[in-house]
Each structure stands twice: as structure tokens, then as C-alpha cells.
Design a protein around this ligand. Structure first.
Ligand code: GLA
Length: 671
């Protein structure tokens, strides 16, 4: 298994390199990522390429037995480039040019930038494409991150027009599908169509959604330019990947991944001014998204947090044990390589407080010892562990376009896409039920339940596949605001929930956005929710049950005759509709019932405890993680009847195991 560090030799005196590499050897790592921000060094002026520093560094790394991942440095166009070609700079939605001085200051729609990027990538590929130490490449760095996913300049506008012409063919088609008759926005020339810079009110939602699609496509094309350029010169044994983030950017990771050998992810459970790490479920969901980005293929964590991170604001300091815990969580959910960010904290520049394994003094300390312990702990079994597969009975639908449609019209100030996805994901996580993230093209038949949360922007082909899946005996869980929009981000003219109303067996004519601190409440009227109540947040669909059974109703006297949660039989399967932002425990109660009815093993543990299984044909691997910083837990092991062996200590556990705070263990047993 690859375990490594992100290293920046260009930021340290050459005399220090040997010391660093020897400390890395003693640490036990076997891979180093370098170069992703070094454009200015490699091409100090246009057309002049100087690889001397990286030649020296790579040869030294090779001598020390390390494999190397090289970054293409296009996330940091140098000063000479911006001076000579200022129009490559991106433009924000206020029409302001984003200046030089940080990173990601380019628009992918600048043909000049595409050419200059191709040139340096080509040169690097030709120079290092057969270097014995180089095992692979990372294109650019975190596409679209830090608000760089959308640019609104002249190049972007021209490229947007070309994209629209390709999609719609004629202006009639576009005017028709966008409904530009509204407010006299009918376009008679393509060049009239704006990129959505600020207006007094809000832009047409169809234009906004297409603009996000265009931005994502533009990045996919830009990445493909780099991939194709590298493939022309690098050896077949070198892979190409990209380090994604999953924060609702106008980036389509799944689409871009088609051109990559595998995907990578940057895992920061706490960053910047956050006072506490994000929840275990929130971290897990991101790993599930990574696994779902290339149809279940394992991925790399190209940046795994090793110390507190931040620019002008620094947040929570990960506690002793967090590093191992988050590393084991990542591997147990599909990561097959872990590269820690970063080897040593930079002494200058924006990221002085993005701490690494070594701090500014360059002396090994607590974190160095922790990484060493992780590597030593993993060594005996990791290579086998990473060949095992996560087998999920539950799928969770995620479509970035749905996310963008919600960002365009959140409707409630309580609404946040990731938080609302977590509302419907976390109870399954709490019950330690494995979940795959799906986009809608996958084979549904392997799943017993498909959760389709906040399915605001619907797709006909997905609807049809869900209907077919339920008719064959599957179970689908819809939630509030389902079926409102078609793929053009136009509101359906069917009674809600629109195209899926038949399968849900309900009609929705009244609904309400809950604002600020406003809450509503619901009451269960049949098992498993009978007598239970829950405050509800964000949104209320006041449901009329047609053929569906009512499981819960609103307590609001105006709508007490309306359903809040329903269950419908459809073909051989069932469709649930959760019409409001219910609270965790209430939802968990419902999920337990649904999972029991569909034959999915539920394993309830304290919410800080996470249990993940991976399977090979001969072995089962069980990871038990305690995300709690305050206390240990006695955890009942799932699926008893055959003991589990602690893979590190060899201890055998029949029923329970004590997991100390921030503790993690991996157990194995034969099949
Ligand atoms: C990101 C980037 C890195 C660095 C770290 C800081 O993930 O890829 O270059 O900025 O965050 O935490």
C-alpha cells in the first residue's frame, strides 16, 4: 500500500533535502507528491524550461527508494504569464477581475491559457514520462475550489455561447426550454445571452443551471487536454489522477473521472476556522462519494490532514489519535493509498499555518510518531485489506446538477445542500448500514433500498429506472421537494411530486418554507412511528395521500389533516415519502423499520462509533472506529456466531470489544 507525504522541495534549502528524505525513510513512507505549484520554477519565462531543481530532487528521491507523484503546476500561473496575458485571469460575478497573488487565478475558457498549460504539461511529460521514480501524475490541484469554479469574463461568455449552440441548436429551442418569454428575455442572437453576472433581481434559473453545467464541462475539457497531452509522452506504467474536493462546486467529478485512471481526494475533516471537526457521517459521506465517482473503484487520498490547517484563521487542533482514526476511516471506505499533507509547515506564503507532520522547526515530534505508528500498524495487513470491497445494501442518490439547482433556489434560509443530504444519510450511518453513492446509471438491482434525498431537479431516465426498480421489489425513499423541476430547471406542470407522484401514491398542493428559527412538528400515527413526535426544519410538504398509507401527520392545526410521511406499495416494492426536515432519531426509527423489512442488517452503536465492513471472497474485514474524544465505548460486534480476530494484536473477540476514545481497530475473520 502506498503511504506518503506531500513535499515541496522548492520551498527548502537543497542542503535540507537529504535530512528530509532520511526522516521520511525512517518514517516508513514509500511515495512523495511534488511539483503541483512550481510553474514559475519550471518555466521561469515563456518558453524557457528549467528542470534542474526537480531533476536533482527526483534523483535523490529515487536513490532513497521513493516513488513519486508529479503535479502539473497549472493551479499557479506565474507572474510573467499574468503580466503578458492578463486576460487569462478569471472574472467574478461582479465583473471584477481576480488578480495575481494567490492561486487558481485563471479561467479554463482562455485559449491562451489552454495553450500555455498544454505546453508546460507536454514538456513535463516528455521530461519525466519515463523517469524511474515517477509512478504517476496529478493534474492541476483541486479544480474549481476556493470559488474558482465559475468565471464570468469575455472568454467565458464566448465559450458559453458555443456550448449553448451545441446543446440547443437553435435559439427557438433555447427560448422555448428556458421560458425566456418571461420578462421579455427572448434572445434573437446568441451573443445577447449573458453570463450570469449580478442583476437587480435573480437570473433565469434555466440559464443559471446551464451556466453551471457549462462551467463543469469546461473544466472536464481542460482536464482532458492535460490528460491527452500527458498520454502522448508518458509511459503506460504512469497513472493520471486528480485530487477532487466534494463541496458542491460547479465541477462534475464523475464526468471528469472518465479520463482519469482513478480519482484522488483531499480529506480535511477540519479546516480553517472550524471549531470542531465535521461529523463522522459527514466525513464518511465524502468517502462514499469518492468510491461512487468511478463506479466503486478504490481511490487515493492525495491529501490527508496531518495537522491544524488554516490561512488567516486556524481552527481545531486534531487530537492525538485523530490522524490514525481518519486514516483508517478512509481506507475502510475505499481509499487504497494515503498521502499526508504536508511533510513540513511552510515558513512563508499564504499557508504558513497549514501544519504538517513536521512543524516549522523541522524536528520530528508527536505527529511524526503518530504517522510512524500508523504505517507500522498497517504494514502487516494493509495490502490485503485494500483489495477487499465495500458491499452496500443501500444506495444514496447524488447528482451535482440537483445540488446546483438547489444552490440557485434554496427556497429556505435554513437550507444547505450538504446538511440536508446528511439529514437523510446520517441515520443510516448511525445504524452502520453501508451506503454507495449513485448517480442513476448504475445497476440498481444490487441495492435493497435507494434513498433519493431532496430530489428537486429530476431526470426522466432516472425516474423510469426507479419506477422499474420498485416494481421489481425495490424500496425507494423520497424526501421533501421531490419532482419539482425538469432537466431544464423548469417547474413541472404536473401536481407534485410530478413525474413520480404515481409511484409515491400522493399529491402535494400545499407546501411551506420554514424560515430562520421557525420549526413545525409531526406526530407518528402508525408503526413504527406511532406516538413519536419530531420537530421539523427547513421545509414542509403538506401531503395528500392517494393510494399511500400515512405514517405521520403534521401537528400544525392548519394542516393537521395533511400527511408528513407516507408509504406506498408500487408493483412488488414500496415508496416512502418524507415530506419535511425531520430530526435524526425520528428518522432513525423509520430507517430501522425499513431496513428490517428489506432484510438489511442494522447494527446500532453510539453515534461516535462507526463500523464498516469490507469483503473479499475469503475474508471479512471489520473496522470499528471511535470518533469520540471524551470516552471509550464497549461495542457489541455485529454478526456474532463466529469470533473476530483483531488484526493488529491477534486478540479474539466473541461479542464485545472496548474501543478507547479516538480508538480504531480492524478485525478479520475467514468466510
Ligand atoms: C488543499 C490544497 C493544498 C493546501 C491544503 C491546505 O487541500 O490542495 O494545496 O492548500 O488544502 O490545507
Amino acid at each position: 500500500m502506498y503511504i506518503g507525504v506531500d513535499y515541496y522541495p522548492e520551498q527548502w534549502p537543497k542542503e535540507r533535502w537529504n535530512t528530509d528524505l532520511e526522516l521520511m525513510q525512517q518514517l516508513g513512507i514509500n511515495v512523495i507528491r511534488i511539483g503541483e505549484f512550481a510553474w514559475g520554477l519550471i518555466e521561469p519565462e515563456e518558453g524557457t524550461f528549467d528542470f534542474s531543481l526537480f531533476d536533482e530532487a527526483l534523483d535523490l528521491m529515487y536513490e532513497h527508494g521513493f516513488d513519486v507523484v508529479l503535479g502539473t503546476p497549472t493551479a499557479t500561473p506565474p507572474a510573467w504569464l499574468i503580466e503578458k496575458y492578463p486576460d487569462v485571469l478569471p472574472v467574478d460575478k461582479y465583473g471584477r477581475k481576480i488578480g495575481f497573488g494567490a492561486r487558481r487565478h485563471y479561467t479554463v475558457n482562455s485559449e491562451v491559457y489552454q495553450c500555455l498549460s498544454k505546453k508546460i504539461v507536454q514538456k513535463m511529460g516528455e521530461h519525466y514520462g519515463h523517469h524511474p521514480a515517477v509512478i504517476g501524475w496529478q493534474t492541476d490541484n483541486e479544480y474549481g475550489h476556493e470559488q474558482s469554479d465559475r468565471s464570468y469574463g469575455e472568454y467565458d461568455k464566448q465559450a458559453f455561447h458555443t456550448w449553448l449552440q451545441k446543446k440547443y441548436g437553435t435559439l427557438d429551442e433555447l427560448n422555448e426550454r428556458w421560458g425566456t418569454i418571461f420578462w421579455s428575455q427572448t434572445y434573437t442572437k446568441w451573443c445577447q445571452i449573458p453570463v450570469p453576472t449580478v442583476v437587480y433581481q435573480e437570473h433565469n434559473p434555466s440559464l443559471l443551471l446551464d451556466f453551471d453545467r457549462f462551467c463543469a464541462d469546461a473544466y472536464t475539457r481542460y482536464n482532458k487536454l492535460q490528460v491527452d497531452t500527458l498520454r502522448e509522452s508518458i509511459s503506460d506504467r504512469q497513472f493520471i489522477t486528480h485530487n477532487f474536493v466534494y463541496t458542491g462546486l460547479a465541477i462534475d467529478q464523475l464526468d471528469m473521472a472518465k479520463d482519469l485512471d482513478f480519482i484522488s481526494f483531499d480529506n480535511y475533516p477540519v479546516w480553517g476556522g472550524l471549531a470542531e471537526p465535521i461529523t463522522p457521517a459527514a466525513i464518511a459521506r465524502q468517502h462514499d462519494l469518492c468510491r461512487g465517482t468511478k463506479d466503486g473503484k478504490n481511490y487515493w487520498v492525495m491529501e490527508e490532514l496531518s495537522g491544524a490547517q488554516g490561512w488567516s484563521q486556524i481552527g481545531y487542533l486534531p487530537r492525538p489519535g485523530h490522524l490514525k482514526l481518519w486514516t483508517y476511516q478512509a481506507i475502510s471506505r475505499g481509499a487504497e493509498a494515503i498521502v499526508y499533507f504536508r511533510w513540513r509547515a511552510a515558513r512563508y506564503g499564504t499557508e504558513q499555518f497549514c501544519h504538517g507532520i513536521l512543524d516549522h522547526d523541522g524536528k520530528p515530534g508527536r505527529k511524526y510518531a503518530e504517522v510512524k505508528d500508523v504505517i507500522a500498524s498497517l504494514a502487516p495487513f494493509a495490502d490485503k485489506w485494500i483489495t477487499s470491497k465495500v458491499q452496500a445494501d443501500v444506495a444514496f442518490y447524488h447528482d451535482p446538477e440537483n445540488d446546483w439547482a438547489w444552490q440557485i433556489q434554496p427556497q429556505s434560509d435554513q437550507f444547505n445542500y450538504i446538511n440536508e443530504c446528511l439529514r437523510f444519510y446520517a441515520p443510516a450511518h448511525d445504524l452502520n448500514v453501508q451506503t454507495d453513492m449513485i448517480r442513476g446509471h448504475e445497476d440498481f438491482s444490487t441495492y435493497k433500498v435507494i434513498i433519493v434525498p431532496i430530489y428537486f431537479l429530476t431526470k426522466k431516465h432516472v425516474n423510469d429506472r426507479l419506477k422499474d426498480y420498485v416494481k421489481r421489489g425495490g424500496t425507494v425513499i423520497f424526501t421533501y421537494r421531490t419532482g419539482v423541476k425538469n432537466e431544464d430547471n423548469v417547474v413541472t406542470d404536473l401536481t407534485l411530486p410530478g413525474d413520480v407522484a404515481d409511484m409515491a401514491g400522493i399529491s402535494i398542493r400545499d407546501y411551506e418554507s420554514l424560515r430562520e428559527q421557525k420549526r413545525s412538528s409531526i406526530r407518528g400515527i402508525s408503526a413504527p412511528l406511532l406516538t413519536h413526535t419530531s420537530p421539523v426544519h427547513v421545509w414542509c410538504d403538506y401531503i395528500e395521500a392517494d393510494s399511500a398509507e400515512v405514517l405521520a401527520v403534521y401537528e400544525d392545526e392548519w394542516f393537521s389533516d395533511k400527511a408528513a410521511i407516507t408509504k406506498n406499495s408500487y408493483g412488488n416494492g414500496h415508496v416512502y415519502y418524507i415530506g419535511c426536515g425531520v430530526e435524526h432519531d425520528f428518522l432513525k426509527r423509520l430507517y430501522i423499520d425499513i431496513f428490517n423489512n428489506t432484510g438489511i442488517a442494522v447494527h446500532e452503536t453510539p453515534s461516535n462509533i462507526e463500523v464498516i465492513r469490507r469483503e473479499t471472497s475469503s475474508h471479512s474485514y471489520l473496522t470499528v472506529l471511535n470518533h469520540g474524544v471524551n470516552q471509550g465505548y464497549d461495542v457489541e460486534l455485529p454478526d456474532q456466531g463466529q469470533p473476530w480476530k483483531d488484526i493488529e494484536t491477534g486478540k479474539i473477540y466473541d461479542r464485545n470489544v472496548h474501543v478507547p476514545r479516538l480508538g480504531c481497530l480492524v478485525c478479520v475473520r475467514d468466510k
